[in-house]
Design a protein around this ligand. Structure first.
Ligand code: TXA
Ligand code: MG
Length: 346
């Protein structure tokens, strides 16, 4: 398949009538799949009402079919056709955080939505992205759009159109390039089907932000405890891993310097994942900085890009600093632990 490349300036007015946006929307209406930017990561969108389109999404990504997709909407009204009820706490969160990086799980209403999109579950995950290009495409298509991250399954999520090309060129109908995404980690997934909502995946909206609006929320125990099966099906798969083994190192730069000395003596090529403050602290073979430790938002913004960048180097082993689990730090540590396959050096 020849993948069309559609470039869009996200800052222009009247995106709604932009030819590239209309072309993307028309491909979606023909049940083709199209990658586009959101404020978190690039998504691979398809008509959520069509088994055919949804099958193409799973196929292009190589994604297991028991892992449900998030339904993306452009206007709140769209959700009434496939959501059974909107609980009070969810209503409040929608008012504050939509559009934005909060995915809410509702009880599903039987209707047009493809059962493949929700992997046969009785619940449905919904989000309204806060990105002008994503919103314009969804609105122009007049469809609910199922959209996982636009990476090959297991790879870090894409934060640029080039990342999407690297993974999916030739496998999808089009890539809409609207520049790099902002937040850099995926949306927070919050199950609102229970009396006390449960965070199934930490992401762009922090636990603290949610609790400010609706009071205490729970966190899926599987996020902390390795033994439990996660309730968000996608969380059970290995993800984000660079090709070389990655270890998270507690104990600060001195602990990492010690490990670099050891591994170099063994003849290994060593990589370090750090932040701008510490780049000159290490004499490893490859030292990559993701943002500034003083601003965890900048770390989230660069994380996946840096994980991908290690694959263009010939490192044998990678050591990463750890981050405080506050605000978006919770999502950063969640993704780093997955990328490391939970290998932590105390
Ligand atoms: O920021 C994002 O959320 C990005 C952009 C493209 O919007 N999308 C994204 O989708 O990260 P994906 O498919 O890569 O991750 C969706 C997560 C998976 O862990 C999936 O298992 C979970 O949401 N999920 C979807 N529907 C669910 C449901 N009904 N119950 C529990 N978890 C669900
Ligand atoms: Mg994903």
């Amino acid at each position: 398949m020849n993948t069309k490349y559609l470039s869009v300036d996200k800052n222009v007015d009247s995106l709604d009538t932009y030819p590239q946006i209309l072309e993307a929307a028309s491909l979606l209406q023909k049940n083709e799949v199209v990658a586009f930017p959101t404020e978190t990561v690039y998504g691979l969108g398809g008509n959520a009402n069509s088994d055919e389109a949804v099958a193409k999404i799973y196929e292009a990504k190589g994604r297991p079919s028991d892992n449900p997709l998030i339904i993306h909407i452009g206007e709140v009204e769209q959700i009434y056709s496939f959501v059974e009820e909107i609980p009070g706490h969810a209503q409040k969160l929608m008012e504050v955080f939509w559009p934005g990086p909060l995915t809410i799980i509702f009880k599903k209403k039987d209707g047009e939505l493809s059962k493949k999109a929700t992997a046969g579950l009785s619940t449905v995950a919904v989000r309204m992205p806060d990105h002008p290009v994503a919103r314009a495409i969804i609105k122009a298509s007049r469809l609910p759009i199922a959209a996982p991250s636009a990476n090959r399954s297991g790879k870090p999520s894409p934060t640029t159109a080039q990342h999407v090309r690297d993974d999916l060129d030739g496998r999808i109908a089009a890539i809409v390039d609207g520049g790099p995404t902002g937040i850099g980690v995926e949306s927070t997934v919050l199950d609102c089907t229970t009396e006390i909502p449960v965070i199934l995946r930490p992401g762009g909206i922090s636990r603290e932000q949610i609790e400010e609006i609706i009071g205490e929320v729970a966190v899926d125990p599987a996020l902390a405890n390795e033994g439990e099966a996660p309730r968000s099906p996608g969380m059970k798969y290995t993800h984000y891993a660079p090709e070389a083994p990655l270890f998270l190192v507690k104990g600060g730069p001195e602990a990492i310097r010690q490990l670099i000395r050891e591994k170099k003596q063994q003849g290994l090529t060593v990589g370090v994942l750090t932040t701008e403050e510490n780049v000159s602290s290490y004499d490893a073979d490859v030292v990559l900085a993701c943002g500034k430790r003083a601003s965890l938002e900048t770390v989230a913004g660069r994380l996946y890009e840096v994980l991908r960048e290690f694959n263009t180097t010939s490192v044998d082993i990678i050591f990463s600093e750890t981050f405080p689990r506050e605000g978006v730090g919770e999502a950063i540590m969640n993704r780093l632990l997955k990328a490391a396959g939970n290998k932590v050096i105390e």
